[in-house]
Design a protein around this ligand. Structure first.
Ligand SMILES: Nc1ncnc2c1ncn2[C@@H]1O[C@H](COP(=O)(O)OP(=O)(O)O)[C@@H](O)[C@H]1O
Ligand SMILES: N[C@@H](CCC(=O)OP(=O)(O)O)C(=O)O
Length: 382
């Protein structure tokens, strides 16, 4: 049903398999009047429908501070960090309880994931966050992500959940970032200030014109359109498209995924795999070297296969899991580079070892391959 004929770029939105849906504060809390339970129920109905169709869904939800303010009886958003943190702590529990109760109507389990900037910039924590989220998705659980407001300081906070949503898209290599907000999409001027503003239906995520038209947010939201545009650019880095639409439009999520022209579609310049390979190619920091035997060189080069430990004869360097390593042939000629699934020490223990023996050597198996083909770029053609 979702694959029906849809013309133009909107046809891309009918093929989404993993989406990150971000819901902003203004929308969630009825512009500060408290959690809009009816609206949350409506979004969960739609998210459950996507889930039923097999679309993997991750929710990034704001609203902890806004809801905490209501619960504490505060009319104005506090400026002191400790007050914001207190409000977030009070509001977050209400927020996740509401989602949990609503998803339970569909027998779908939810999980709370609170992230900080550090969790995504530190390589090890990044990989841990990624595997935890992937595991949850694999279990059919809907992760509900927010910034861990009670532990972040001003210097290290994402500050707006648009950016956080885009980083989660990159982390999970999701197909799309869907931003639900209180406007119909991106306009050519802030519609709160300009009654003649026109909705932009479609464009490129990195079009420099958007920066000029995207302004600040309302009294509750933090970033406005400016951070949504930046988020679209970030999401495009891993080849994801971004949709910005009004959360108040009936059945907005289903309509977007059926290719209906609602909201704004911002397309990435490159398809996901090309975007990923470009990103990999641009990573300059090579932390180690693997020497490949002839068989491995041929497979990697000619078939684009993953690199298995069995085809590696030597290891150099002090890299960690997830670091970039260079692959060379027996003469030291560069063949490929990619992200290692094992650190240098464990790699040295499984050199030449067939996949089925990895556990016997390490006591665990992280992945059957040393470098997965999706995480590898070939450097020279023969
Ligand atoms: N060009 C634009 N198009 C649409 N909205 C814009 C634009 N420039 C600024 N805005 C403002 O961005 C607001 C949405 O952002 P924000 O308040 O941060 O909401 P959220 O909590 O959903 O992130 C809109 O209400 C609107 O006033
Ligand atoms: N972590 C914060 C969200 C930050 C924020 O305001 O984001 P947004 O409304 O999406 O611009 C909260 O839950 O209140």
């Amino acid at each position: 049903m979702m694959e029906q004929a849809v013309a133009g770029s909107r046809s891309h939105t009918t093929r989404l398999r993993r989406v990150v849906v971000k819901i902003g504060s203004a929308l969630l809390t009825n512009d500060g009047r408290g959690l809009d339970e009816a609206a949350i129920g409506g979004w969960v109905d739609q998210l459950a429908e996507l889930h039923r169709r097999g679309v993997e869904v991750v929710l990034v939800s704001s609203g902890a501070v806004a809801e905490g303010m209501v619960r504490l009886g505060w009319q104005v958003r506090p400026s002191a960090l400790h007050d914001l943190q207190a409000a977030a702590a009070v509001g977050q529990t209400g927020l996740v309880r509401s989602y949990e109760d609503n998803f339970a109507r569909f027998d779908i389990r939810t999980a709370q994931i609170l992230l900080t900037h550090d969790d995504l910039s530190n390589r090890k924590r990044y990989l841990n966050a990624r595997s935890a989220l992937r595991t949850l998705i694999g279990l059919g659980v809907v992760p509900i992500v927010n910034e861990n407001d009670t532990v972040v300081t001003d210097e290290i906070r994402f500050g707006d959940n648009d950016t956080l949503g885009a980083l989660v898209v990159n982390l999970l290599e999701a197909d799309a970032l869907i931003i639900l907000t209180d406007q119909e999409g991106l306009y050519n001027a802030d519609p709160r200030k300009d009654a003649d503003a026109q909705l932009i239906s479609e464009g490129k995520a990195d079009d420099p014109r958007w920066v000029a038209v995207a302004g600040d947010g309302g009294k509750l939201g933090r970033g406005g359109m400016a951070t949504k545009i930046r988020a679209a650019r970030l999401a495009a880095r891993s080849g994801a498209l971004t949709l910005i639409a009004s959360g108040r439009q009936p059945k907005v999520l289903s309509r977007l995924l059926e290719g209906e022209e609602v909201g704004t579609l911002l397309m990435p310049e490159h398809a996901p795999m090309t975007a990923r390979k470009r990103w990999l190619a641009g990573q300059l920091q090579v932390r180690g070297t693997l020497t490949l035997d002839r068989g491995a060189v041929a497979r990697v080069r000619q078939r684009g296969s993953s690199l298995l430990p069995v085809g590696v004869t030597a290891v150099e360097g002090n890299f960690r899991r997830g670091d970039m390593v260079l692959c060379v042939d027996g003469d030291g000629e560069p063949i490929a580079k990619g992200l290692a699934n094992y650190d240098a020490q464990d790699t040295s223990r499984i050199l030449g070892v067939p996949t089925h023996d990895i556990v016997a050597h390490l006591g665990y198996i992280e992945a059957p391959e040393l470098i997965h083909r999706d995480n590898m770029v070939i450097l020279h053609d023969p």
